[in-house]
Design a protein. Structure first.
Length: 154
């Protein structure tokens, strides 16, 4: 099947019912998206499909054919971090780091939808589970990124 991933059309030799997560990781060797729970509860596998955050562990790959899929690999580069990645570092969000790619993708979708989110907006959007419990740092990083984005737009 052909998938549009990070702006490129790629062919994935996978069964249509294979979850997008496993197509990304096992078929296309894109390992930035993580497996956490397999039941769409934790959010470690969050990617964007047409700009919306989705849990890729339960999304059949065939369901996203013809849609734009964005993974953590497209969020920024080591030379040019995304504003959220820089904020994550500045606020020292990660501890173990395992859930962070999903957290960043959920946060990026939030900022695209609400450029200046309130604490309530963040709490509603960030349903990802972090077993290290860095939720206050996540909130601070999102506010930092929003402020920097607003400053750049002004």
């Amino acid at each position: 099947m052909e998938l549009n991933i990070n702006g490129k059309v790629v062919t994935a030799d996978a069964p249509p019912d294979m979850p997008l997560l496993w197509v990304l990781r096992d078929t296309l060797n894109m390992t930035g998206t993580k497996f956490g729970c397999g039941v769409a509860a934790c959010g470690a596998c969050t990617v964007h499909v047409d700009g919306q955050p989705v849990r890729s562990c339960v999304m059949p790959a065939s369901a996203v054919v013809g849609q734009k899929i964005t993974t953590i690999e497209a969020l920024g580069t080591p030379d040019k971090l995304h504003v959220l990645q820089a904020a994550w570092i500045a606020e020292q969000v990660p501890q173990c780091g395992y859930c962070q790619s999903g957290m960043l993708m959920a946060a990026a979708a939030l900022l695209a939808r609400k450029p200046k989110p309130t604490d309530a907006d963040i709490d509603e959007a960030m349903t990802n589970i972090c077993r290290c419990g860095t939720y206050q740092r996540v909130r601070a990083a999102i506010h930092r990124a929003a402020a920097q984005t607003q400053g750049a737009a002004a």
